[in-house]
Design a protein around this ligand. Structure first.
Ligand code: SF4
Length: 325
């Protein structure tokens, strides 16, 4: 539990800060100074932390990056975590570029759900934003994982940027209507490496919803507890579309999430300005009970909410690429 009476049930684990894409809203073209190998948690250390969290009732584990599939032998880690008692839901957030290569191994290891980040369905615009001409490969990855019915739901997450995503709204709506993939638009958040974020770059979920609704009428689906998305079904029954609006409609009230960075820092909020060094604790010979106590103390101080858009808001020094969403 945190100090606001919220029960933590969802752990996001960043397994690497490295990525094979260079998305404009995330990192510079030349990438960032990557963490050294010995700074990164080893598979056994990640497994130990997940085991301690699972013993405290944290049943949902999402693996993120950077780009998690660039971490060598990643499916082996997934398999280790799939056997941890108490882990009920094991999911992945990926840019999809290596998904075709790894789909079978991931499913064999126990993957249950996957979110694929795709910001445009138009090849040139995808290239423009990610600095990679990789849309066809990403779509092949999506098809590859979709062949496994045991991996559901499969979500496609698109970051919403003013002056870019307006043109993507209807193509993504068509995509959601003609496939089994759940499309979600995510408002641009101040976690970019350039610290260039400003409120006027945010295209709100409501604005995109209006663009889609004008062509394909939408009906709101009741919100699930802890859900980050406002979900709508198409009135004619052809699928769903969702909006994750952390800037215009924060959902911190029933937040049940905490994060572990690739270098073993516990972040109790996406926008935390402080972190707890679990790697130090793990490598100091501490017992599981001691690790648990460090986690409980940190989570008890979890932030009530973020302050994006408020006077005095401070962007965290750690960027999205080193947090993993
Ligand atoms: S901003 Fe922080 S408190 Fe709000 S939903 Fe995200 S992680 Fe939870």
């Amino acid at each position: 539990m945190d100090g606001h009476g919220r029960r933590i049930g969802d752990l996001r684990v960043s397994v690497t800060d490295r990525c094979n894409f260079r998305c404009q809203y995330c990192m510079p073209a030349d990438g960032l100074p990557w963490l050294d190998r010995e700074e990164i948690l080893r598979f056994e250390e990640i497994e130990r932390v997940v085991r301690v969290f699972a013993a405290m009732g944290v049943a949902d584990v999402r693996l993120t990056g950077g780009e998690p599939l660039v971490r060598r032998d990643f499916p082996r880690l997934l398999g280790m975590l799939a056997t941890v008692p108490g882990v009920e839901d094991l999911s992945l957030t990926t840019n999809g570029y290596l998904l075709e290569r790894d789909a079978e191994a991931l499913v064999g290891a126990g993957l249950k759900r996957v979110n694929v980040s795709i910001d445009s369905l138009q090849r040139d615009r995808f290239f423009q934003l990610t600095r990679r001409d990789s849309l066809p490969q990403v779509l092949r990855g999506l098809e590859a994982i979709a062949r496994f019915p045991q991996v559901r739901p499969i979500k496609v997450n698109a970051v919403a940027l003013r002056g870019f995503t307006e043109e993507e709204a209807l193509p993504f709506a068509e995509f959601a209507r003609s496939t089994s993939f759940q499309v979600r638009f995510i408002e641009f958040m101040p976690l970019d490496a350039d610290h260039a974020w400003s409120r006027d770059q945010v295209l709100s979920g409501e604005e995109i919803r209006a663009i889609v609704h004008a062509v394909h009428p939408l009906e709101e689906v009741p919100r699930e507890p802890h859900s980050t998305a406002r979900v709508y079904r198409f009135a004619d029954g052809r699928g769903e579309i969702g909006f994750v609006n952390p800037v215009s409609e924060p959902f911190c009230g029933d937040c049940n999430r905490v994060r572990l960075t690739a270098d073993g820092r516990l972040r109790t909020c996406l926008f935390s300005l402080g972190e707890t060094d679990l790697r130090e604790v793990l490598r100091s010979g501490a017992s599981d009970a001691e690790v648990e106590q460090v986690i409980r103390d940190a989570v008890w101080r979890k932030e009530l909410k973020h302050h994006v858009g408020e006077a005095g808001f401070q962007q965290p020094p750690r960027t999205m690429s080193a947090i993993g969403g």
